[in-house]
Write a protein that binds this ligand. Structure first.
Ligand code: LLP
Length: 385
């Protein structure tokens, strides 16, 4: 695997730690930006996936804007030099402080998720003598056919404004002097593998657009969100997501009017596969029914398996055994949920071996926490290592 050349360096480091292979990030960004240019689209990186300054700088240099979900994300994007005109701020619960901070930064668009939010942004903008660019995040009632914890576009989900509230939203916008309507936004979930879902999303967007056109309202910007999946099962074989098919699907199904700008908010697909969680085996323990590999990394370092019941590929990087065995791979935290995976087949494992948990670049380190007073994992980057 591509990590072989780093193993000697890994052996010298205190574990657990995140390792980012910046060649993988570079390769991914090159293809993504090539396609964005090909279709004349605009991309804003969903910072929530990984907000390490080094990663953000590379993505900024590649020409992407920032998609933020908190005032601190907006501030970080501004501090790192992202052009305010490329910064978007979404989220169902923006605080007054966060809205003021973003108004101060003159960001491109607030993606509004409720009618009361539009009024609050208008009031705060008026107090500051500003005019806020706003887009409406719509709830299209589409099932993204993904993990239930990360689907966001069904009617029962908390996100976006539903079709039935659009008339009211428009009335409010028309009565507000300190907001400017920019366009429409949808993001229906994450780790979406089925292209039919994106086709459906385009068709919904076409319908919503027509509704606005009939009212003679110019929809200058269309934002299709993020959500494309990565391959957690075979990360080494499928390092890069099927960007070509994805953009072709959008291109063929989304009706784009003259002068209209189409935006995307990729997160996981850009950074997921370049990140690895490296951990040392503390103990191998034979239970009555199972054999456990106990790592020094836990749910505090990578919470996805515990929180969403999802799998990440796991390999033993250092065992020289020719035997394969089956283990439950668990962390040290005092919770039964602190388990990376069950029945993992891998090389016979002993204390001191290094294991890698793959596809940890997105929603990995950034969701790390200090539960049990564990330290936050450090990050290392190739080629610096
Ligand atoms: N745009 C908006 C408004 C979002 O809420 C998100 C992700 C994205 C874009 C980026 O989506 P992506 O391209 O990464 O799928 N912690 C979860 C994922 C939560 C996603 C939240 N929103 C996980 O570990 O799977």
């Amino acid at each position: 695997m591509q990590l072989a050349r780093f193993i000697n360096a890994f052996k010298r480091l205190e574990t657990p730690f995140y390792f980012y292979d910046l060649d993988i990030l570079d390769q991914t960004l090159r293809l993504y930006t090539k396609l964005i240019r090909k279709y004349g689209y605009h991309a804003h990186y969903a910072m929530k996936a990984n907000a390490n300054p080094q990663i953000l700088e590379i993505i900024h240099r590649a020409g992407l804007g920032a998609d933020c979900v908190s005032g601190n994300e907006v501030q970080l994007a501004l501090d790192l030099g992202f052009d305010p005109d490329t910064i978007i701020y979404a989220g169902v619960g923006k605080t007054d402080k966060e809205i003021r901070m973003s108004l101060q930064g003159d960001i491109f668009s607030f993606n509004c998720e409720s009618v009361p939010e539009i009024k609050v942004i208008n009031d705060l903008a008026a107090q500051m003598g500003k005019k806020a660019g706003i887009s409406l995040r719509l709830n299209p009632d589409i099932d993204a056919k993904t993990n239930k914890h990360i689907t966001t576009g069904r009617a029962k989900d908390k996100f976006g404004i539903s079709g039935k509230d659009l008339t009211e939203a428009l009335e409010v916008i028309n009565s507000c002097e300190n907001v400017k309507f920019l366009g429409l936004h949808m993001h229906i979930g994450s780790q979406i593998t089925d292209m039919d879902v994106f086709e459906k999303l385009c068709k919904k967007m076409n319908t919503f657009q027509k509704w606005f056109e009939q009212k003679n309202i110019n929809v200058e910007h269309i934002n299709m969100g993020g959500g494309l999946a990565i391959d957690y099962e075979k990360p080494i074989e499928n390092l890069i997501s099927p960007f070509e098919t994805y953009f072709e699907t959008i291109h063929h199904n989304l009706e784009v009017r003259k002068g209209q700008k189409v935006h995307f908010e990729p997160g996981r697909t850009l950074v997921g596969q370049c990140g690895f969680l490296i951990s040392r085996v503390l103990f191998v323990k034979k239970g009555k029914e199972k054999e456990f590999v106990i790592l020094d990394a836990g749910m505090n370092d990578l919470i996805r398996p515990a929180l969403y019941n999802v799998r990440h590929a796991i390999y033993n990087l250092t065992s020289e055994s020719s035997k394969n065995k089956t283990y439950d791979v668990v962390g040290p935290v005092c919770e039964s949920a602190d388990r990376f995976d069950e029945a993992v087949k891998m090389k016979e494992t002993s204390r001191g071996d290094l294991l890698v948990i793959c596809s940890a670049g997105a929603y990995g380190q950034v969701m790390g926490m200090r539960y049990n007073q564990k330290e936050l994992a450090q990050a290392y980057y190739s080629p610096d290592l």
